[in-house]
Design a protein. Structure first.
Length: 436
């Protein structure tokens, strides 16, 4: 049988087998956290071996296999019915202790764990067995969060999967093109994963709605704090979208122009249009592949980096006029109360873009904005030049991010007090690395 057809049949069997196992009533199966790790089908479709595992260990997995063998006839008939196969392979079940990348059969019983670190190949193997998937990004999303989320959803849908998306915040006007044509399915997700989320605190209300269902986190932050049973984290990747592209290739998904646009958006925005130090050879090769797949780099670059509203320039002027220099001119800070947005008409994403100008001032190693959210929450955003590590400063205040860009939420009843917190953290850090 041709490899692509065999692959599709294997994927279909794996997906439906996982669904069927959820419906079985045998206590040897329902009494444990059973997972289908992988499925192997012979070229002639005569035999199928399903490897299953439980978090309780190999012996418990062997006990579950006994129950599966007893139900093999029923399972085989159900597979034939659901997949409309003329010939259903003879089923064999084997126990394994590789639960780490299996699909959770009973997620409602799952305990929060530090999580197993996966490879790209293992992440793809996990997704091959999933359907009805919800992809979530962090609140107040940037281009990488949205590009990763929409790129992955489009790729999964191209594979025939039911896939939906969720973000606790509205999609910024600048990125609405990424969501065009992606209507919500309205289905209850069987599996939930996150992209570009370094900490559960960044999920907003998505954590309350879906936190106990999140099974996988795909991220590129070095400060990632595990919150899912499985995670694929590569801090050396310039963007989460870079990982999404590798994953879609591993899955063999058809790449549309819209998918390529989404991934390119994620990579371009997180690298400052390939100007930042996080840009690697692989980053550039990945971007080139998105162009070959149809990404409209020229149009996107103009839209993302060269088109600015009048409000943006008013925000930039305000920042330059009101900024405070400290640590001997090595740090620059601007406070942005809610009145700033009313007076300038700037959106929060425009203010975020303008903050990058602070570190362009000669001698400034770290630029900081302290923003007041509509809820009253105060958040600091940092942009840094070497040798300063913005994430290291933010970690002092419970935040995180990357060396060049990071953020944290600040405590305090006033912006002035919050500003003093971040100033103190900066002064301490710069002293630690010998820059003051």
């Amino acid at each position: 049988m041709p490899g692509n057809r065999l692959g599709r049949v294997t994927e279909d069997i794996s997906r439906e087998l996982s669904a069927i196992l959820r419906e079985l009533k045998d206590p040897r199966i329902t009494g444990c956290l059973l997972s289908v790790v992988r499925v192997e089908v012979t070229n002639d479709l005569s035999y199928c071996t399903a490897y299953v595992s439980t978090v309780e260990g190999l012996e418990r997995s062997k006990e579950a296999v006994k129950g599966l063998k007893s139900a093999a006839g029923y399972i085989r008939r159900e597979l034939g019915h659901r997949l409309k196969l003329r010939h259903v392979p003879e089923l064999t079940f084997k126990a394994t202790d590789s639960i780490e990348y299996g699909g959770w059969i009973f997620p409602q019983h799952r305990k929060r764990r530090t999580g197993k670190m996966l490879t790209c190949e293992e992440t793809a193997a996990l997704l091959q067995s999933w359907d009805d998937i919800l992809v979530i990004c962090h609140e107040n999303p940037d281009g990488d969060a949205l590009g990763s989320m929409f790129g992955l959803v489009r790729g999964l849908r191209a594979m025939g999967r039911q896939a939906d998306w969720y973000c606790a915040s509205p999609v910024p006007e600048k990125f609405v093109y990424l969501a065009q044509g992606l209507e919500h399915t309205g289905r209850t997700p069987a599996h939930v994963l996150t992209v570009d989320v370094a900490d559960q605190k960044l999920l907003g209300d998505a954590w309350e709605k879906f936190g106990d269902k999140i099974e996988l986190a795909i991220d590129h932050h070095g400060t990632h704090k595990p919150f899912a049973p499985a995670r694929w984290v590569e801090p050396e990747s310039a963007a989460a979208a870079e990982l999404v592209w590798l994953l879609l290739k591993e899955l063999g998904a058809d790449i549309s122009r819209e998918t390529a646009d989404a991934v390119y958006t994620g990579i371009a925005t997180d690298t400052g249009c390939f100007r930042f130090r996080n840009t690697t050879g692989r980053t550039l090769r990945t971007a080139a592949e998105t162009l070959e797949a149809g990404a409209r780099a020229g149009d996107l670059n103009q839209h993302l980096f060269e088109t600015k509203s009048l409000a943006y320039f008013q925000a930039e002027r305000h920042m330059l006029e009101s900024m405070e220099l400290f640590c001997g001119g090595k740090a620059a800070m601007v406070l942005l109360p809610q009145s700033f947005y009313t007076e300038t008409g700037a959106r929060e994403d425009e203010a975020d873009a303008a903050v990058g100008q602070l570190r362009q001032i000669e001698g400034v190693l770290v630029g900081i904005t302290v923003k007041e959210r509509p809820s009253g929450e105060l958040k600091a955003s940092l942009r840094a030049n070497p040798p300063v590590n913005a994430a290291a400063i933010c970690e002092k205040l419970g935040g995180g991010g990357h060396a060049g860009a990071a953020g944290c939420t600040l405590e305090g009843p006033s912006m002035a007090q919050a500003a003093e917190q971040i100033k103190t953290a900066c002064e301490q850090y710069l002293a630690e690395i010998g820059c003051v």
